[in-house]
Design a protein around this ligand. Structure first.
Ligand code: ADP
Ligand code: ZN
Length: 216
């Protein structure tokens, strides 16, 4: 199964990706995770990417496309993959089309997780992540047992720099101007499926699985 997940920041792409890649045994490829991994390790790519990410901007297409091309050529991607956070611009979508042609594969479905702005803002400003194990919490929807402390490893819970409200509003603006046009792009290819992202994650996942069963 070859799947693309689309949606605004905080629409729940990451959560859905985790649930789906378990069901389908395919790799979860998140450009955001790849960038954060590189930032944490202090690589050159991480340094470069962080200049953009910390300001709520997209990392330039040339950088992001190169990373995805390398990743999709790896062996574990031969039987399918789930792309989370890529493509995010029309340029990236066109690049991906070329890459998939080279690889001889086709996308089965593009799932758009559709979520109203006020839900996104509430989710993000309450989101906390564990500094050590990266577990994700929410101050209201999924609080840790002890405030500020990770249930799983005892690590410190912090707010992602790009989750601060001001930066988040920039990310949302970037989404509307650069990523939302992709909905038309995939609609024209007749690959687009919309799913309501404002309800709970399990329900959203079951709806996505039903769509994938129909196309698969
Ligand atoms: P979210 O979906 O919540 O915005 P991600 O983890 O997908 O978070 O991405 C975090 C940041 O990484 C983005 O705000 C952006 O700066 C950068 N990024 C991720 N994917 C891409 C991409 N495909 N193109 C450009 N920048 C990207
Ligand atoms: Zn932890």
């Amino acid at each position: 199964m070859y799947i693309i997940l689309l949606g605004a920041p905080a629409a729940g792409k990451g959560t859905q990706a985790e649930l789906l890649t378990k069901s389908y045994a395919i790799p979860h490829i998140s450009t955001g995770d790849i960038f954060r991994g590189n930032i944490a390790q202090g690589t050159l790519l991480g340094l470069k990417a962080n200049e953009y990410i910390s300001r709520g901007l997209l990392v330039p297409d040339e950088i992001t496309e190169g990373i995805v091309a390398d990743r999709l050529r790896q062996d574990d991607c031969r039987k399918g993959f789930l792309l989370d956070g890529f493509p995010r611009t029309v340029h990236q979508a066109e690049f991906l089309d070329g890459l998939l042609k080279d690889l001889g594969v086709e996308i089965d479905a593009v799932i758009n997780i559709d979520t109203p702005d006020h839900v996104l803002i509430e989710r993000i400003t309450g989101r906390r992540v564990c500094e050590s194990c990266k577990a994700v919490y929410h101050v209201k929807a999924k609080p840790s047992r002890t405030e500020g402390v990770c249930d799983k490893c005892g690590g410190k819970l912090v707010q992602r720099e790009d989750d601060k409200e001001e930066t988040f509003l920039k990310r949302l603006k970037t989404y509307y101007s650069q990523t939302k046009p992709l909905l038309d792009y995939y609609e024209k290819e007749r690959k687009l499926f919309n799913v309501d992202g404002s309800t709970d994650a399990e329900l959203t996942a079951s709806r996505i699985i039903r769509i994938l069963e129909d196309v698969g």
